[in-house]
Design a protein around this ligand. Sequence first.
Ligand SMILES: C[S@@+](CC[C@H](N)C(=O)[O-])C[C@H]1O[C@@H](n2cnc3c(N)ncnc32)[C@H](O)[C@@H]1O
Length: 257
Amino acid sequence: MLDPFVESHLNLQVKISYNEHHDFLIRHNLLKCTQVLDVGTGNGTFLKRLAQDHPNIHFVGIDKRRQCVDSCQNMLAKNLDVMQVDMFSKKIIMDFSRFDGILMRYFLLHVDHAQKILELFKLNSKRPSRFWIIDLDWSQFTCEPHSETFDKLTSLVKDFCSKISVDSMGGQKVLPLLQKLNFEKITSENLPFSTRTISIEELALYLRQEVLCYSRMSGRAASDPETSEILRFIDEDFRSGKFQISYGMILLYAELN
Ligand SMILES: C[S@@+](CC[C@H](N)C(=O)[O-])C[C@H]1O[C@@H](n2cnc3c(N)ncnc32)[C@H](O)[C@@H]1O
């Protein structure tokens, strides 16, 4: 099973973003699809809500981790299946040509060969097929007015990403990659997590959990002074409304015809 802390963080992330991300899918042809694949489905919380909202579409979630697939078992439905598949495995048993919709939500940035994944779909997916890529975009991670403690928060995230070979600016690089591979009808929107759409309490909780996750995964001790300073900044300065934080998110749509 997944770590309960990671599980609750994934659930909060879906709670604060489902409406806007769902709206993006609807505005970009979800309703024209009959078979949708969710690559790197995690604990499946986002996919479960999609499947409940669209009983006439069949959804399949895949993830390379057994714990993720296990944690999805209690949400399987007539229109929702989950399978353990590693996109980089030499022997992928999955037939991608049955899907006319492919969702990659917080997935491409978490692998170090985004181009390989897109090439695989270019070679194997159905025509027409629709692609939605939703990911973090730290080039749009901002704080107004400037705060040195916020800079420490961005460094924490970037340090962790470089440790696990993830490109923290990867969100910006997907669009030219789609163009290079001749995907069509590419559109991109920036929809950051901010107090424009999320309550200050929920955004503060989300940022707090992000910091704890990244700090822990970077191997810092629970008493790490820099982590404590960042948490105090979120709990006091951000919560009191002194700062506006925008947590960058890029939403991309493309087609193969
Ligand atoms: C950040 S989670 C995204 C969860 C979910 N899509 C969401 O929107 O909340 C990224 C997921 O991608 C999965 N993953 C990473 N590399 C993978 C690969 N090569 N094949 C399949 N899944 C992979 C991880 O196990 C993880 O669950």
